[in-house]
Design a protein around this ligand. Structure first.
Ligand code: MG
Length: 380
């Protein structure tokens, strides 16, 4: 029986992880939430974890009262998240929190020798060189949960020592595929939040509309698979059936296909290298009339080139790109800026920040803070 910790148990990935627990042999020994203690209480009573971490201190105190009739321990703040991530009996930590807040608990889990089922892409985008180095030193596995990275991981099984020539990272293109920048300028959050294929949290759905999500995934893939950004092609594939592909030196392309449902990549990360029956309906190829592929429109979606630039530069630019983007998406969701200003503000931060090539964890946190401030200062 595998023992799991779920960081971010009430979010989209967290709840889908809980949904597949009966398919895999696993039990949950800790969960963490940001503020949603109503759902945390339900999950705690259902899963009987040893520990529940609540990031918000006041909400933690409320949950402690709600769970007073149980022996479940409630901890709070970043220390609480780290306590959950390093729980002695845990084997694997599902990092399903949104944003930079995932970095310190993920590093703590690695230091404690836990394998990581990584759904928090910001961790690698901001601190890929630190995280991957530490994982190698500690001998822990970083198992991708992001559907594209799971696909690439699956395509790499059985590669032996063969080199890969390219990664073909597929993108749905989001709700604004085919639109010009001018048309996108007027788009409101209600339109940006309508993703054609995937049901996801708000932040990532906006990232999908700007295609920054694909840019962040490019950086994530670069670190996970140790490839140069030039060897990663982004391919728009509207149907979200081919979840990504790998091209080997002989020109053979191996792809992973499936219905767009996160429960499969979550499950594979938790059962790897085993495959077990999954709740996701199997793909029925004859019912798919056709699959289409396009080169991305980098003029309409400038986030792609910004991310490529940050990927090539490495250092602190990943953290700057991500921090500026989180701040700008937040402003857009609060109706403070236009849709196209998200990428413009991120561009200004990437241009204007001091570049640091060899980064420490403190540099990452500081670059994130500076980037957010730059975005807010531009809007004032
Ligand atoms: Mg993805």
């Amino acid at each position: 029986m595998k023992k799991l910790v779920i960081l971010g148990s009430t979010g989209s990935i967290g709840t889908q992880t809980i949904d597949i627990l009966d398919c895999i042999e696993a039990e949950v020994c800790a969960i963490t939430v940001n503020t949603n203690i109503e759902m945390a209480e339900k999950q705690a009573r259902q899963l009987h974890p040893q520990l529940v971490g609540v990031y918000d201190e006041e909400k933690a105190a409320e949950l402690r009262i709600k769970l007073a009739d149980t022996d479940i321990r409630v901890v709070s703040g970043m220390d609480g998240l780290i306590a959950a991530a390093t729980l002695p009996q845990a084997d694997i930590v599902v990092t399903a929190v949104v944003g930079m807040v995932g970095l310190l608990p993920t590093l703590a889990a690695i230091d404690a020798g836990k394998d990581i089922a990584l759904a928090n892409k910001e961790t690698l985008v901001c601190a890929g060189q630190i995280v991957m180095r530490r994982a190698r030193e500690k001998g822990v596995a970083i198992l991708p949960v992001d559907s594209e990275h799971s696909a690439i991981f699956q395509c790499l099984q059985g590669r032996a020592d063969n080199a890969i020539r390219r990664i073909l990272l597929t993108a749905s293109g989001g709700p604004f595929f085919g639109k010009t920048r001018e048309e996108m300028r007027k788009m409101k959050k209600e339109q940006a939040l309508k993703h054609p294929n995937w049901s996801m949290g708000a932040k990532i759905t906006i990232d999908s509309a700007t295609m920054m999500n694909k840019g962040l995934e490019l950086i994530e893939a670069m670190w996970l698979y140790d490839v140069e950004p030039e060897a990663i092609d982004i391919v728009v594939h509207r149907e979200s059936i081919v979840h990504s592909a790998v091209e080997y030196d002989d020109g053979s392309v191996i792809a992973q296909l499936g219905n767009p449902d996160m429960r499969l990549p979550i499950q594979y990360a938790l059962t790897y290298p085993k495959r077990v029956p999954c709740k996701v309906p199997a793909l029925d190829l004859p019912t798919l009339s056709r699959l289409t592929f396009f080169a991305p429109d980098t003029d309409a979606f400038p986030a792609l080139n910004l991310a490529r630039r940050a990927a090539k530069a490495r250092g602190n630019l990943g953290a700057v790109l991500n921090g500026a983007n989180e701040a700008a998406v937040d402003l857009f969701l609060k109706d403070k800026i236009a849709f196209t200003e998200i990428a413009e503000l991120v561009g200004k931060a990437v241009e204007g920040v001091n570049y640091i090539s060899e980064i420490t964890v403190n540099d990452v946190l500081e670059s994130d803070r500076v980037a957010r401030r730059m975005v807010l200062d531009c809007v004032k």
